[in-house]
Design a protein around this ligand. Sequence first.
Ligand code: NAP
Length: 306
Amino acid sequence: MLFEVLIIGGGPGGLTAGLYTSRARLSSLLIEKAIPGGQVATIEWVENYPGFDEGVAGFDLSQKMENQAKKFGLEIIQGDVSDIKVEGNIKKVSLEDGQTFEAKSIILAVGASPRLLNIEGETKYRGKGVSYCATCDGAFFRDKKIAVIGGGSSAIQEAIFLTRFAEVVYIVHRRDELRAEKVLQERAFSNPKIKFIWNSVPEKIDGADTVESLHVKNVKTGEAAPLEVQGVFIYIGYNPSTEFLKGLVRLDEQSYIITDDNMATSAPGIFAVGDVRSGSVKQISTATGDGTVAAINAEKYIEENF
Ligand code: NAP
């Protein structure tokens, strides 16, 4: 089946691109691996997306974006893209389940996935105390002790959220200064349930059937000690989901997709938007902006090449 635009990934960048291409009356299919909304759907409360002065639940925001795009004709299916091949001007997309689609243009909005700590116990206790999603798993830790790893906006925002459930939230950070947005830092510093463990890195997650402790080492003193916790939430950044794109589009040294100002990749007719794009500041508002730019330029590409 030939579409004019095929969008891979249903986060804010992909959904906005779909909104614009559908309104331009281009036949548009969006393929999403999990649920539309991407990472945003898992954020409890979004406070910095313009237009929502009281903030908005991440899940509601993504549902609104999805409904808005569908209203204008965007088709959305669930599927995992395994391969893209270019034959002449036509792009051929294969899914893991064997389905194939063709498109005149592709917009890559594949985002990024949580970076792993790669320490002992991380894989063993995944789903048994180790988590990468506070909104999904936080409620299992009512009155429990939790460690959050990282000092960026994700770690601090989610640590604050977890104080709703936990008795105490330890933020374990490898430096003595946070990277997070200042307003989040202020909230964390004044939250009595949050305790900081500075200059420290996790070395091992231990337990029986579920997590019972996190072994933490102070990088300044070299001292190591187990911290009694039942939950370990890991927020140490994200890796771009570009493994299946190697050889198709140019990637930077960290495997993010290189684009120009039009969101065009090195492959004609293939665009990239949002967190997967090299140089992205990884905000919902910039992903939607990228989606708009890519959609308008995809339309132009189709007009000029077909
Ligand atoms: P990030 O900003 O890259 O922060 C990752 C954190 O993890 C850093 O504090 C880093 O320490 C630490 N870290 C990295 N590797 C580590 C390792 N192996 N062991 C221990 N610690 C490690 O990632 P993020 O917080 O997920 O944010 C990603 C992007 O999304 C950012 O651009 C951010 O602004 C944006 N974001 C925004 C909001 C918001 O606006 N409210 C919310 C969430 C995310 P160092 O600081 O020492 O490097």
